[in-house]
Structure formats: structure tokens, C-alpha cells
Design a protein around this ligand. Sequence first.
Ligand SMILES: *Cc1c(COP(=O)(O)O)cnc(C)c1O
Length: 431
Amino acid sequence: MNFKNTLLFAQKLDRQDKLNAFQSNFIFPKKRGEKCIYMAGHSLGLQPKNTKKYVDEVLDSWGELAVDGHFKGDNPWSTYHEKFKEPLAKIVGAKPEEVTVMNTLSVNLHLLLASFYRPTVKRFKILCEEKAFPSDQYILESQVKWHGLDPKDVIEVIPYNEEGFEIRTETILNKIEELGDSLALVFMGGVHYYLGQVMDIEKITKAGQAVGAKVGWDLAHAAGNISLELNSWNVDFAAWCSYKYMNSGPGSISGVYVSERYHQDASMIRLAGWWGNKKETRFLMKPYFEPETSADGWQLSNIPILSMVPYYASLLMFDKVGMESLIRKRDKITAYLDFVVEEVNKVTPVEMRVITPKYPKRACQISIFFSEDGRAIFEYLEENGVIADWREPNVIRMAPVPFYTSYEDIYRIGTLLKEAVDKIAVRHEVW
Ligand SMILES: *Cc1c(COP(=O)(O)O)cnc(C)c1O
């Protein structure tokens, strides 16, 4: 498509955009009374307007029913998580029994690794990517130490390619081959949080399993953003948070996928709690653990309903709109953002380089590297109502979330980027 960096063109795209009206379902932060342009949905999605109603309902049933709310009322808490299975399975491409919701993301990754990282003398290596999200790095490092091993001997990191800004599938596949039967686990982010790169989950999973390793994915930046087929890709396990692209509120509950291949597998080791026990015998309070034969078998605690309700409200919205139409707009609006940044780049002395790989290796994120003044440009955007994300040393990450970003927003960002460079250049001269 031939884009133009003009207000009229952006407004025309907005008129053609079927999701444009959807913005009004969200609450936007304001700056000097004006709605902000929100580019930080990769960190914390906006609050849908209907969330409050669902939370209020739970508060009401807690007030009215107290302990009886577990089993009575319109939405009994003891089985609340079961409502998630159908809509969530659709989003991650799994069978309903393969998904569950529990805890928060880092906690779940530890719980899953307790089951899926079982190092032996021969097979103990872990493969991950460079600059994985810090929590993931700490998780792997501490898991390795917890098994009495030295992370230096165990963790293999796939670096960015020579040009610096892509993690090549080919490099990963070669490394998997090389590690062979010493490889216990491949564990990576489905979408790289810093680069915005979409990983080839299917290919990497296949290659890891071909040498006998388990393959798991952190889908924090993938769930609700990219098309996923966890079941047909044969992924072993995965987890994601619900508060980024899935708009479920700060620190909200995490989703988990465990392949059906493990549900009945009696040899699976896990860290158990009573909520993972079979529903039928859970309240018999028996002294031994009998896991539920689904992903629910990995649950521990009774369900934090207040944190689940916003997720459910959000899933209803995803279900209504469908991933396909979100993805269609995502690709177009991300391409438009890339185009606008490039147009501004042509006319400014500061180099603005989009370091996110091109489609189809990108989704709803553009990371822009600034040759200089990145921080000052970021602050100028912020001062003018654009909320984005700053990463040292010189990168701004922007996510034009299809649910609530307009093409006009993107045009405005371009204008502000240009203005920022002009203003900062003047400041340099004064100095
Ligand atoms: C956001 C994010 C997390 C955060 O984990 P929490 O336990 O929810 O705080 C972990 N991993 C990745 C890849 C993330 O993007």
C-alpha cells in the first residue's frame, strides 16, 4: 500500500478502519485535559470501560454471599477459571483443557520449569535468546542453581546477528543441532520484548524436540498480539501475562498452556497445591495429591477472582472482535508507523532507525533506535501526550495496539518526532 504522511491520508485510513470506533470502549490517560496517544500497550494495556462492572459484580457477590460465593450465585468462584478455557484456547490455538489461568507470569514459569526442566548428567543445557526479558533470565539462572548446577555451564544464549538487530532462526536451529542430546530445554520469548521480533515458534519447537529437548515459550508479548497455534505446533508448555496486549490490569493473572501429552503422564514431576487436585476429590482433603488431568493440574491455590475478572471481561472483547481483524489492522497500522518514522528520518539530522525486523517477523511493535538525543525526544513526546516506552541506551518502543490506536495518532507522532528534533537542535545551538 502507498502511504502518505499527511493528516488527510491518516484520517481517510481511520474512516476505512472497522475497529476505529472500538477506542471508545477504553479509558485513556489525559494530559492537560486531552486524551493521550497510548503507545505502551506492550507494557500495560488500557482499561476497558466494562472492567469495572465485572469487578463490582464480584465485590457485590462477596458482600452478599460471603463464603457461599464459592459455590453459589451467577458465577461461582470455585469454577470461575473454567469460563476462560474456550475463549483463551481460541487465542493461543490450544484445546480448552490445555489452558488455564493462575498466579502471575514469573511464578508460572518457575512452576512449569519445575516440571519441564529436569536436568540429567548428560542432558542439562538450556537454550535462550540474547536480551531476553530480565525476569526470564533470572528465572533460568536461579532454576539452574536450584538444581545445583552452574549457569555458565548450562545456559547457551543465541546472540543478535552481526548487524545487531535480529535473532536468526537459522542460528538457533544450528545451535540446537550442535547441542544435540545435551540440550534439555529451549526456552524463549515468542515475541522479543526489546526488538519486537516474532520468533518462528513452530520451527524452533520442532527442531528442539527433534533432539529430545522440551520446548517452552514465554508469550508475554505474543498473547493477544500474534496468531498462535500452540497445539498444532506441538509446543510443550507456555505462559503469558494478561496485562499487556490483553488489557487485564496491572499485575493481573497469567495464562498457562500445557500440552495434552502431559495431562495423564504419571511421571510428570510438579510442585503441587490443592487447587491442582481433581475437582471430585479436592474437598475430601485426602493426604495425597491426585492431579486434575488437564492444565488445571498445575494450579496451586484457590483462584484470585478479583484479578481474574478483568481478564474475563477483556476476553469477551477479544472474542467479539476476533484475532483476525485485530491482526489485519495491526499489520497495517504498524507498517504506517514504520513509514511515518522513515519519512521523518529522511528530513531530520538525527538518525531514527527502526530496529524491529520487517513483516512477517514483526507484530504490534516498532522499536526505534536514535543516533542521538533519544531521551530528550522521548521526553518531548511525553510532554506532548504520547505515552511510549524508553529503553537504555537509545531506544523507544511503540505499540500501535489495534484496539485503541488510530492512524491519526500515528500521523501526530510523526509530527511530534520532527518537532522534537527541531527544538532540540535549537537547544544545541544555544548551548
Ligand atoms: C512482562 C514480561 C514478564 C513479566 O512477568 P511478571 O511475572 O508478570 O511480572 C516476564 N517475561 C516477559 C517476556 C515479559 O515481557
